[in-house]
Design a protein around this ligand. Sequence first.
Ligand SMILES: Nc1ncnc2c1ncn2[C@@H]1O[C@H](COP(=O)(O)OP(=O)(O)OP(=O)(O)O)[C@@H](O)[C@H]1O
Ligand SMILES: [Mg+2]
Length: 386
Amino acid sequence: MRADLGHLLDEKRVLLCVGCGGVGKTTTCAALGLAAARRGKRVLCLTIDPAKRLAQSFGLASVATEAQRIEPRVFAEAGLDVPGTLTVTMLDVKSTFDSLVAALAKSEEKRQRILDNVLYRYISTKLAGTQEYMAMEKLYAIKDDPAYDLILLDTPPTSHALDFLDAPERLVAAMDSAAVTWFLETFRRSGTFSLNLLQRTAATVLRGIGHIIGGGLLEQVAAFVTEVNELFGGWRARARQVSTALRGPDVGYVLVTSPEPMSLREVSFFAERLVQEEMAPSAFVVNRMRGVPDERALPEEIARELAARGLPSQPDFVARALEAAAEERRLGERDRDNLASIRWATEGNEAPSVVHVPAFPRDIHDIDRLILVADVLAPCGDAPAR
Ligand SMILES: Nc1ncnc2c1ncn2[C@@H]1O[C@H](COP(=O)(O)OP(=O)(O)OP(=O)(O)O)[C@@H](O)[C@H]1O
Ligand SMILES: [Mg+2]
Protein backbone atom coordinates (compact mmCIF):
# COMPACT_ATOMS: atom_id res chain seq x y z
CA MET A 1 0.00 0.00 0.00
CA ARG A 2 1.49 3.34 -1.03
CA ALA A 3 1.52 6.21 1.42
CA ASP A 4 1.65 9.08 -1.03
CA LEU A 5 -0.23 10.32 -4.07
CA GLY A 6 2.71 11.42 -6.22
CA HIS A 7 2.13 8.67 -8.80
CA LEU A 8 -1.49 9.80 -9.29
CA LEU A 9 -0.32 13.30 -10.18
CA ASP A 10 1.79 11.73 -12.92
CA GLU A 11 -0.65 9.08 -14.15
CA LYS A 12 -4.06 10.73 -14.07
CA ARG A 13 -5.49 13.58 -16.07
CA VAL A 14 -8.35 14.34 -13.70
CA LEU A 15 -8.50 13.93 -9.93
CA LEU A 16 -11.65 14.54 -7.93
CA CYS A 17 -11.40 15.27 -4.21
CA VAL A 18 -14.55 14.01 -2.56
CA GLY A 19 -15.75 13.55 0.99
CA CYS A 20 -18.13 14.85 3.64
CA GLY A 21 -18.48 18.47 4.68
CA GLY A 22 -15.47 20.11 6.31
CA VAL A 23 -13.07 17.14 6.12
CA GLY A 24 -10.46 19.02 4.07
CA LYS A 25 -11.41 18.57 0.40
CA THR A 26 -10.55 22.13 -0.64
CA THR A 27 -7.27 22.02 1.29
CA THR A 28 -6.34 18.65 -0.26
CA CYS A 29 -7.23 19.91 -3.72
CA ALA A 30 -5.11 23.06 -3.33
CA ALA A 31 -2.18 21.11 -1.84
CA LEU A 32 -2.29 18.55 -4.66
CA GLY A 33 -2.36 21.43 -7.16
CA LEU A 34 0.76 22.90 -5.59
CA ALA A 35 2.48 19.50 -5.46
CA ALA A 36 1.71 18.82 -9.13
CA ALA A 37 2.92 22.24 -10.26
CA ARG A 38 6.16 21.56 -8.35
CA ARG A 39 6.48 18.38 -10.40
CA GLY A 40 6.31 20.45 -13.58
CA LYS A 41 2.64 19.95 -14.41
CA ARG A 42 0.35 22.59 -15.88
CA VAL A 43 -2.46 22.31 -13.35
CA LEU A 44 -6.00 23.62 -13.28
CA CYS A 45 -7.63 23.60 -9.89
CA LEU A 46 -11.39 23.94 -10.09
CA THR A 47 -12.31 24.87 -6.58
CA ILE A 48 -15.39 25.68 -4.55
CA ASP A 49 -15.40 28.42 -2.00
CA PRO A 50 -11.77 28.36 -0.82
CA ALA A 51 -10.84 30.27 2.32
CA LYS A 52 -10.32 33.91 1.45
CA ARG A 53 -6.99 33.98 3.22
CA LEU A 54 -5.72 31.00 1.27
CA ALA A 55 -6.67 32.71 -2.00
CA GLN A 56 -4.92 35.87 -0.82
CA SER A 57 -1.76 33.97 0.04
CA PHE A 58 -1.66 32.92 -3.61
CA GLY A 59 -1.78 36.59 -4.56
CA LEU A 60 -5.46 36.51 -5.54
CA ALA A 61 -7.86 39.06 -4.10
CA SER A 62 -10.46 36.33 -4.37
CA VAL A 63 -10.92 33.24 -6.47
CA ALA A 64 -12.97 34.27 -9.45
CA THR A 65 -15.00 32.24 -11.89
CA GLU A 66 -12.58 33.07 -14.69
CA ALA A 67 -9.32 31.14 -14.64
CA GLN A 68 -6.50 32.94 -12.83
CA ARG A 69 -2.91 31.80 -13.04
CA ILE A 70 -0.80 32.09 -9.90
CA GLU A 71 2.12 34.43 -10.55
CA PRO A 72 5.54 32.69 -10.49
CA ARG A 73 6.68 35.48 -8.13
CA VAL A 74 4.30 34.10 -5.43
CA PHE A 75 6.12 30.76 -5.50
CA ALA A 76 9.53 32.42 -5.61
CA GLU A 77 8.66 34.52 -2.55
CA ALA A 78 7.68 31.34 -0.71
CA GLY A 79 11.10 29.90 -1.61
CA LEU A 80 9.58 27.29 -3.91
CA ASP A 81 10.92 25.95 -7.16
CA VAL A 82 7.80 25.51 -9.31
CA PRO A 83 8.59 24.55 -12.88
CA GLY A 84 4.89 23.97 -13.72
CA THR A 85 1.91 26.32 -13.53
CA LEU A 86 -1.09 26.52 -11.24
CA THR A 87 -4.33 28.05 -12.47
CA VAL A 88 -7.37 28.30 -10.25
CA THR A 89 -10.96 28.91 -11.04
CA MET A 90 -14.08 28.81 -8.97
CA LEU A 91 -17.22 27.01 -9.92
CA ASP A 92 -20.09 29.31 -10.80
CA VAL A 93 -23.23 27.21 -10.81
CA LYS A 94 -25.46 29.68 -12.59
CA SER A 95 -23.10 30.47 -15.48
CA THR A 96 -22.23 26.78 -15.96
CA PHE A 97 -25.94 26.01 -16.11
CA ASP A 98 -26.51 28.86 -18.57
CA SER A 99 -23.76 27.52 -20.87
CA LEU A 100 -25.35 24.08 -20.72
CA VAL A 101 -28.72 25.50 -21.76
CA ALA A 102 -26.99 27.44 -24.53
CA ALA A 103 -25.31 24.27 -25.78
CA LEU A 104 -28.54 22.26 -25.76
CA ALA A 105 -31.15 24.80 -26.88
CA LYS A 106 -32.02 24.49 -30.54
CA SER A 107 -32.23 28.22 -31.22
CA GLU A 108 -31.09 31.50 -29.76
CA GLU A 109 -34.70 32.46 -29.15
CA LYS A 110 -35.39 29.28 -27.15
CA ARG A 111 -32.21 29.76 -25.17
CA GLN A 112 -33.21 33.27 -24.20
CA ARG A 113 -36.74 32.18 -23.30
CA ILE A 114 -35.40 29.54 -20.92
CA LEU A 115 -32.78 31.81 -19.36
CA ASP A 116 -35.42 34.47 -18.73
CA ASN A 117 -37.87 32.03 -17.23
CA VAL A 118 -38.55 32.48 -13.55
CA LEU A 119 -38.64 28.72 -12.87
CA TYR A 120 -35.32 28.24 -14.63
CA ARG A 121 -33.80 30.88 -12.38
CA TYR A 122 -35.07 28.97 -9.37
CA ILE A 123 -33.75 25.64 -10.61
CA SER A 124 -30.35 26.97 -11.68
CA THR A 125 -29.67 28.58 -8.35
CA LYS A 126 -31.64 26.82 -5.63
CA LEU A 127 -32.47 23.26 -6.56
CA ALA A 128 -30.64 20.70 -4.39
CA GLY A 129 -27.99 18.81 -6.36
CA THR A 130 -27.48 21.56 -8.92
CA GLN A 131 -24.10 22.54 -7.55
CA GLU A 132 -22.84 18.97 -7.58
CA TYR A 133 -24.05 18.38 -11.09
CA MET A 134 -22.62 21.63 -12.40
CA ALA A 135 -19.22 20.78 -10.89
CA MET A 136 -19.22 17.66 -13.03
CA GLU A 137 -20.60 19.48 -16.03
CA LYS A 138 -17.82 22.04 -15.80
CA LEU A 139 -15.28 19.27 -15.45
CA TYR A 140 -16.67 17.59 -18.55
CA ALA A 141 -16.41 20.84 -20.49
CA ILE A 142 -12.75 21.45 -19.59
CA LYS A 143 -11.34 17.99 -19.16
CA ASP A 144 -9.82 17.77 -22.64
CA ASP A 145 -8.40 21.30 -22.62
CA PRO A 146 -4.85 20.89 -23.98
CA ALA A 147 -3.68 23.88 -21.92
CA TYR A 148 -3.54 21.62 -18.84
CA ASP A 149 -1.83 18.34 -17.92
CA LEU A 150 -3.86 17.80 -14.77
CA ILE A 151 -7.27 18.98 -13.65
CA LEU A 152 -8.17 18.85 -9.98
CA LEU A 153 -11.78 19.11 -8.98
CA ASP A 154 -12.78 20.17 -5.52
CA THR A 155 -16.34 19.11 -4.74
CA PRO A 156 -19.10 20.98 -2.94
CA PRO A 157 -19.78 20.48 0.73
CA THR A 158 -22.35 17.73 0.86
CA SER A 159 -23.66 16.45 4.15
CA HIS A 160 -23.52 13.04 2.55
CA ALA A 161 -20.76 12.19 0.09
CA LEU A 162 -23.09 10.00 -1.94
CA ASP A 163 -25.07 13.06 -2.91
CA PHE A 164 -22.23 13.93 -5.20
CA LEU A 165 -22.15 10.62 -7.00
CA ASP A 166 -25.87 10.57 -7.58
CA ALA A 167 -26.05 14.21 -8.62
CA PRO A 168 -26.47 13.90 -12.41
CA GLU A 169 -29.22 11.27 -12.18
CA ARG A 170 -30.95 13.04 -9.32
CA LEU A 171 -30.85 16.35 -11.08
CA VAL A 172 -32.35 14.97 -14.26
CA ALA A 173 -35.06 13.29 -12.20
CA ALA A 174 -35.62 16.49 -10.28
CA MET A 175 -35.87 18.47 -13.47
CA ASP A 176 -38.58 16.12 -14.62
CA SER A 177 -40.59 16.87 -11.57
CA ALA A 178 -39.19 20.30 -10.75
CA ALA A 179 -42.16 22.15 -12.14
CA VAL A 180 -44.47 20.10 -10.01
CA THR A 181 -42.37 20.46 -6.85
CA TRP A 182 -41.88 24.13 -7.31
CA PHE A 183 -45.50 24.60 -8.09
CA LEU A 184 -46.47 22.75 -4.92
CA GLU A 185 -44.07 24.75 -2.78
CA THR A 186 -45.18 28.05 -4.19
CA PHE A 187 -48.89 27.52 -4.24
CA ARG A 188 -49.59 25.16 -1.38
CA ARG A 189 -50.17 28.07 0.90
CA SER A 190 -52.86 29.51 -1.36
CA GLY A 191 -54.95 26.40 -0.63
CA THR A 192 -56.97 26.88 -3.78
CA PHE A 193 -55.91 23.94 -5.85
CA SER A 194 -56.36 20.25 -5.68
CA LEU A 195 -53.42 17.84 -5.66
CA ASN A 196 -55.40 15.47 -7.82
CA LEU A 197 -54.93 17.84 -10.68
CA LEU A 198 -51.26 16.99 -10.71
CA GLN A 199 -52.02 13.49 -11.86
CA ARG A 200 -52.43 14.88 -15.34
CA THR A 201 -49.39 16.13 -17.25
CA ALA A 202 -47.79 19.09 -15.57
CA ALA A 203 -47.98 21.50 -18.48
CA THR A 204 -51.65 20.88 -19.16
CA VAL A 205 -52.49 21.08 -15.50
CA LEU A 206 -50.63 24.29 -15.02
CA ARG A 207 -52.30 25.86 -18.02
CA GLY A 208 -55.65 24.42 -16.98
CA ILE A 209 -55.65 25.92 -13.56
CA GLY A 210 -54.18 29.19 -14.70
CA HIS A 211 -57.55 30.78 -14.32
CA ILE A 212 -57.76 29.72 -10.66
CA ILE A 213 -54.56 31.35 -9.55
CA GLY A 214 -53.96 33.58 -12.50
CA GLY A 215 -50.97 35.76 -13.22
CA GLY A 216 -48.00 35.48 -15.54
CA LEU A 217 -46.22 33.15 -13.17
CA LEU A 218 -48.27 30.16 -14.16
CA GLU A 219 -47.73 30.84 -17.81
CA GLN A 220 -44.01 30.93 -17.11
CA VAL A 221 -44.21 27.53 -15.45
CA ALA A 222 -46.20 26.09 -18.31
CA ALA A 223 -43.80 27.53 -20.87
CA PHE A 224 -40.84 26.20 -18.96
CA VAL A 225 -42.22 22.69 -18.74
CA THR A 226 -42.76 22.63 -22.49
CA GLU A 227 -39.36 24.11 -23.35
CA VAL A 228 -37.43 21.95 -20.94
CA ASN A 229 -39.18 18.82 -22.12
CA GLU A 230 -37.70 19.60 -25.50
CA LEU A 231 -34.28 20.02 -23.94
CA PHE A 232 -34.52 16.85 -21.91
CA GLY A 233 -33.47 14.56 -24.77
CA GLY A 234 -30.18 16.44 -24.97
CA TRP A 235 -30.00 16.76 -21.24
CA ARG A 236 -30.22 13.07 -20.52
CA ALA A 237 -27.68 12.24 -23.20
CA ARG A 238 -25.38 14.86 -21.73
CA ALA A 239 -25.77 13.47 -18.19
CA ARG A 240 -24.84 10.04 -19.58
CA GLN A 241 -21.77 11.45 -21.33
CA VAL A 242 -20.66 13.13 -18.11
CA SER A 243 -21.21 9.85 -16.28
CA THR A 244 -19.14 7.90 -18.82
CA ALA A 245 -16.31 10.44 -18.70
CA LEU A 246 -16.19 10.07 -14.92
CA ARG A 247 -15.49 6.36 -15.35
CA GLY A 248 -12.51 6.79 -17.67
CA PRO A 249 -9.11 5.29 -16.71
CA ASP A 250 -7.56 8.77 -16.66
CA VAL A 251 -9.92 9.91 -13.89
CA GLY A 252 -8.99 9.28 -10.24
CA TYR A 253 -10.91 9.68 -7.01
CA VAL A 254 -9.21 10.96 -3.89
CA LEU A 255 -11.45 10.25 -0.94
CA VAL A 256 -10.89 12.63 1.93
CA THR A 257 -11.97 11.75 5.45
CA SER A 258 -11.28 12.65 9.04
CA PRO A 259 -10.24 9.87 11.44
CA GLU A 260 -13.62 10.14 13.19
CA PRO A 261 -15.69 6.92 13.07
CA MET A 262 -18.66 8.58 11.38
CA SER A 263 -16.56 10.09 8.62
CA LEU A 264 -14.67 6.81 8.16
CA ARG A 265 -17.92 4.86 7.92
CA GLU A 266 -19.23 7.27 5.35
CA VAL A 267 -16.05 7.18 3.27
CA SER A 268 -15.95 3.36 3.33
CA PHE A 269 -19.54 3.23 2.18
CA PHE A 270 -18.81 5.77 -0.51
CA ALA A 271 -15.73 3.84 -1.67
CA GLU A 272 -17.79 0.68 -2.02
CA ARG A 273 -20.34 2.55 -4.08
CA LEU A 274 -17.56 3.87 -6.31
CA VAL A 275 -16.29 0.35 -6.88
CA GLN A 276 -19.81 -0.83 -7.74
CA GLU A 277 -20.12 2.06 -10.15
CA GLU A 278 -16.79 1.21 -11.79
CA MET A 279 -15.09 4.33 -10.49
CA ALA A 280 -12.47 2.75 -8.24
CA PRO A 281 -11.11 5.01 -5.51
CA SER A 282 -7.48 5.78 -6.26
CA ALA A 283 -6.51 7.06 -2.85
CA PHE A 284 -7.71 7.88 0.63
CA VAL A 285 -6.55 10.93 2.55
CA VAL A 286 -7.12 10.69 6.27
CA ASN A 287 -6.89 14.32 7.24
CA ARG A 288 -6.24 15.77 10.69
CA MET A 289 -4.68 12.65 12.13
CA ARG A 290 -3.46 13.14 15.65
CA GLY A 291 -0.15 11.41 16.21
CA VAL A 292 0.80 9.17 19.13
CA PRO A 293 3.98 10.51 20.75
CA ASP A 294 6.79 7.94 20.77
CA GLU A 295 7.42 8.21 24.47
CA ARG A 296 5.35 9.09 27.48
CA ALA A 297 6.22 12.46 28.95
CA LEU A 298 8.01 12.39 32.31
CA PRO A 299 7.24 14.99 35.02
CA GLU A 300 10.85 16.17 35.26
CA GLU A 301 11.07 16.62 31.48
CA ILE A 302 7.89 18.67 31.48
CA ALA A 303 9.17 20.82 34.34
CA ARG A 304 12.40 21.40 32.39
CA GLU A 305 10.46 22.22 29.23
CA LEU A 306 8.23 24.72 31.07
CA ALA A 307 11.20 26.36 32.74
CA ALA A 308 13.07 26.58 29.42
CA ARG A 309 10.14 28.54 28.00
CA GLY A 310 10.01 30.85 31.02
CA LEU A 311 6.75 29.29 32.21
CA PRO A 312 5.94 28.34 35.80
CA SER A 313 7.08 24.81 36.61
CA GLN A 314 5.33 24.26 39.95
CA PRO A 315 3.87 20.77 40.51
CA ASP A 316 0.27 21.74 39.63
CA PHE A 317 1.38 23.20 36.28
CA VAL A 318 3.40 20.09 35.60
CA ALA A 319 0.39 17.96 36.54
CA ARG A 320 -1.81 19.86 34.11
CA ALA A 321 0.77 19.60 31.35
CA LEU A 322 0.98 15.85 32.01
CA GLU A 323 -2.80 15.57 31.77
CA ALA A 324 -2.74 17.44 28.46
CA ALA A 325 0.01 15.14 27.15
CA ALA A 326 -1.97 12.05 28.26
CA GLU A 327 -5.08 13.39 26.53
CA GLU A 328 -3.11 14.03 23.33
CA ARG A 329 -1.80 10.49 23.45
CA ARG A 330 -5.31 9.12 24.08
CA LEU A 331 -6.71 11.00 21.08
CA GLY A 332 -3.82 9.85 18.90
CA GLU A 333 -4.40 6.26 19.97
CA ARG A 334 -8.09 6.61 19.27
CA ASP A 335 -7.43 7.85 15.72
CA ARG A 336 -4.97 5.00 15.17
CA ASP A 337 -7.45 2.40 16.49
CA ASN A 338 -10.30 3.84 14.43
CA LEU A 339 -8.21 3.39 11.31
CA ALA A 340 -7.00 -0.08 12.20
CA SER A 341 -10.47 -1.54 11.64
CA ILE A 342 -10.97 0.00 8.19
CA ARG A 343 -10.73 -2.09 5.07
CA TRP A 344 -10.15 0.32 2.22
CA ALA A 345 -12.37 -0.68 -0.65
CA THR A 346 -10.63 -1.09 -3.94
CA GLU A 347 -11.12 -2.71 -7.29
CA GLY A 348 -8.98 -5.59 -8.52
CA ASN A 349 -5.72 -6.41 -6.79
CA GLU A 350 -4.26 -2.97 -6.56
CA ALA A 351 -4.47 -1.50 -3.08
CA PRO A 352 -5.27 2.21 -3.05
CA SER A 353 -2.84 4.68 -1.51
CA VAL A 354 -3.71 5.78 2.00
CA VAL A 355 -2.10 8.98 3.23
CA HIS A 356 -2.32 10.33 6.76
CA VAL A 357 -2.16 14.12 6.97
CA PRO A 358 -1.44 15.38 10.48
CA ALA A 359 -3.71 17.80 12.28
CA PHE A 360 -1.78 21.06 12.21
CA PRO A 361 -2.19 23.40 15.18
CA ARG A 362 -3.76 26.06 12.96
CA ASP A 363 -5.88 26.27 9.79
CA ILE A 364 -4.11 25.87 6.44
CA HIS A 365 -4.65 29.40 5.26
CA ASP A 366 -1.32 30.28 3.74
CA ILE A 367 1.10 28.92 1.22
CA ASP A 368 3.73 27.96 3.81
CA ARG A 369 1.31 25.64 5.57
CA LEU A 370 -0.10 24.35 2.31
CA ILE A 371 3.39 23.20 1.36
CA LEU A 372 3.47 21.10 4.54
CA VAL A 373 0.29 19.33 3.40
CA ALA A 374 1.58 19.06 -0.18
CA ASP A 375 4.78 17.44 1.10
CA VAL A 376 2.82 14.79 2.96
CA LEU A 377 0.49 14.08 0.02
CA ALA A 378 3.19 13.99 -2.65
CA PRO A 379 6.73 14.52 -1.35
CA CYS A 380 8.73 16.62 -3.78
CA GLY A 381 11.65 14.20 -3.63
CA ASP A 382 9.69 11.42 -5.34
CA ALA A 383 8.98 13.51 -8.43
CA PRO A 384 10.27 11.93 -11.63
CA ALA A 385 13.32 13.57 -13.16
CA ARG A 386 12.36 16.13 -15.77
N1 LIG B 1 -4.69 18.93 8.46
C1 LIG B 1 -5.25 20.07 8.86
N2 LIG B 1 -4.81 20.69 9.98
C2 LIG B 1 -5.34 21.86 10.39
N3 LIG B 1 -6.34 22.48 9.75
C3 LIG B 1 -6.85 21.92 8.65
C4 LIG B 1 -6.32 20.69 8.13
N4 LIG B 1 -7.01 20.38 7.01
C5 LIG B 1 -7.92 21.36 6.83
N5 LIG B 1 -7.82 22.29 7.80
C6 LIG B 1 -8.66 23.49 7.96
O1 LIG B 1 -10.00 23.05 8.17
C7 LIG B 1 -10.93 23.89 7.53
C8 LIG B 1 -11.80 23.06 6.59
O2 LIG B 1 -11.00 22.56 5.55
P1 LIG B 1 -11.51 22.58 4.02
O3 LIG B 1 -12.11 23.90 3.69
O4 LIG B 1 -10.40 22.09 3.18
O5 LIG B 1 -12.64 21.48 4.14
P2 LIG B 1 -13.73 21.08 3.02
O6 LIG B 1 -13.89 19.60 3.08
O7 LIG B 1 -13.36 21.68 1.72
O8 LIG B 1 -15.01 21.79 3.62
P3 LIG B 1 -16.42 22.02 2.86
O9 LIG B 1 -17.09 20.69 2.86
O10 LIG B 1 -17.09 23.03 3.72
O11 LIG B 1 -16.09 22.54 1.49
C9 LIG B 1 -10.11 24.96 6.82
O12 LIG B 1 -10.09 26.11 7.62
C10 LIG B 1 -8.72 24.34 6.71
O13 LIG B 1 -7.70 25.33 6.71
MG1 LIG C 1 -14.50 22.97 0.44
